[in-house]
Design a protein around this ligand. Structure first.
Ligand code: 5CA
Ligand code: ZN
Length: 414
């Protein structure tokens, strides 16, 4: 599927150090490329049933930053992202609003593309709709059935059986809890909250996740080797990541609400399919709140990128506001975030437009400091502070500094 327009990224002489990022699975900072010259990134994409909110924007911006730092460090980056264009929340919203689920998904994906372009987020090389991968997912589920990792659960409202993953069947590269480091009680609670069905009768373990849902009346389905039905959630990301990037990938990314069950189960599926870990590192962004609660399509407390742009916000200021927070922190958006970012941006723009009244030989130090900050677990607040300090200290602007701010922070000054 078409992704979105690639923003220009200037080449800056020299290079960033190879970045380390915090890996949820090990709890440690790691170089997820394992020292290779290629980095493979998979980021979980949107479920397209409502507008891009600031939480989404912050998450995709964090991985955009990782891509930029990898490039600046001289690595070849391959990036894939899915869009969950068939799933319960999308179908429920389409039914509520009396629209075709396909039209709803197409319109929201279009909006998302426009928002990503406005924010100058690097697009994935492969932007993959789950509805284009159903055959591949069905083949993977059939393979898991043959190899004993999947089993059927009878239904009373369909002609076919649903298929579940057996979390207790051992693999060499995954055991339940490996990637999330959570205890069973927490896993049960999160599973119920986030799309799982621990109370479904007939499962071997309440935590076993759905791999394939047999066709129901009024629900979309595809005729496949498993019979008519549609993919479960976690398997889509394992299959797409493996198919587009090859396993193990460097980073499996998304918001912290995906740690369990989504990334845990995606890793389990990948291990059962390929006898490989899904990823060298599982990197998670914090949750952004608004009016005291996590911003969420289902809660409806949305601050959307589109809304801010329509109110006249400079997209660079939205970017700068988000970059002023550490990607892994949970934080709350206040309307003042945008006013302070707009003020900061005006200072940066004026500096970029100024004549060299300061000492130009400081510029190389600033370049090195900004590079070091972003390479250290994407410390963008540190990088922003380094630019602030340089300006306050009278560092003269150079074309190289302007290019660096553009290359690493995605903000074109002047
Ligand atoms: N389609 C699935 C992933 S396969 C999904 O979670 N879609 S989503 O539309 O609900 O979320 C898209 C991305 O935005 C996910 O990485 C999610 O973790 C992240 N996200 C959602 N809400 C927030 C928030 N309030 N703050 C930060 N990130 C968020
Ligand atoms: Zn996903």
């Amino acid at each position: 599927m078409r992704a979105w327009q690639v923003p220009s990224v200037p080449d800056v002489p020299g290079s960033a150090p190879r970045p380390v990022v915090h890996d949820t699975a090990s709890g440690k900072p790691v170089d997820p490329t394992g020292g290779e010259e290629r980095a493979a990134l998979y980021v979980c994409g949107i479920t397209p049933y409502d507008a891009t909110h600031l939480g989404h924007a912050a998450t995709y911006l964090a991985f955009d930053t990782l891509g930029r730092v990898w490039r600046d460090a001289g690595l070849e980056v391959e990036y894939a992202q899915n869009t969950t264009d068939v799933d319960d929340p999308l179908l429920e919203r389409a039914a509520r609003d009396g629209v075709d689920w396909r039209d709803l998904a197409a319109s929201q994906i279009d909006l998302f593309r426009r928002d990503m372009e406005a924010l100058r987020i690097l697009p994935p090389d492969d932007y993959v709709a789950v509805t284009d991968e159903v055959e591949r997912v069905a083949a993977a589920v059939a393979f898991l059935q043959e190899t004993g990792y999947a089993y059927d659960v009878p239904t009373d409202d369909s002609d076919g059986d649903d298929v579940y993953f057996d979390v207790n069947r051992p693999t060499e590269s995954w055991t339940l809890g490996d990637e999330s480091r959570l205890d069973r009680e927490t896993m049960l609670a999160l599973s119920a909250e986030r799309g799982g069905d621990p109370d479904r009768p007939g499962k071997r373990d309440p935590l076993d996740p759905l791999l394939w849902r047999a066709a129901r009346d009024g629900e979309p389905s595809w005729d496949t080797e498993l019979g008519p039905g549609r993919p479960g959630w976690h398997i889509e990301c394992s299959v797409i990541a493996g198919d587009k990037l090859g396993l193990p990938i460097s980073v499996q990314g998304g918001g912290s609400d995906l740690v369990f069950p989504h990334h845990e189960m995606s890793a389990g599926h990948a291990a059962a399919l390929a006898h490989q870990p899904l990823a060298h590192a599982y990197v998670h962004t914090g949750m952004i709140a608004y009016q005291g609660e996590k911003i969420s399509k289902s809660l409806g407390n949305l601050v959307t990128v589109r809304g801010l742009l329509d109110d006249g916000a400079d997209p660079r200021a939205i970017r700068l506001a988000l970059l002023s927070h550490k990607y892994s922190d949970d934080w709350e958006w206040f309307d003042t975030e945008l006013t302070s970012a707009t003020t900061r941006l005006a200072t940066w723009d004026a500096w970029a437009a100024g004549s060299d009244a300061g000492h130009a030989d400081d510029a190389a130090d600033v370049v090195a400091r900004v590079r070091a900050r972003v390479a250290d677990d994407l410390d963008t607040p540190g990088a922003v502070a380094a630019v602030d300090t340089a300006i306050a200290g009278g560092t003269a602007v150079t074309p190289e500094l302007v290019d660096l701010v553009d290359a690493l922070l995605g903000i074109r000054l002047g």
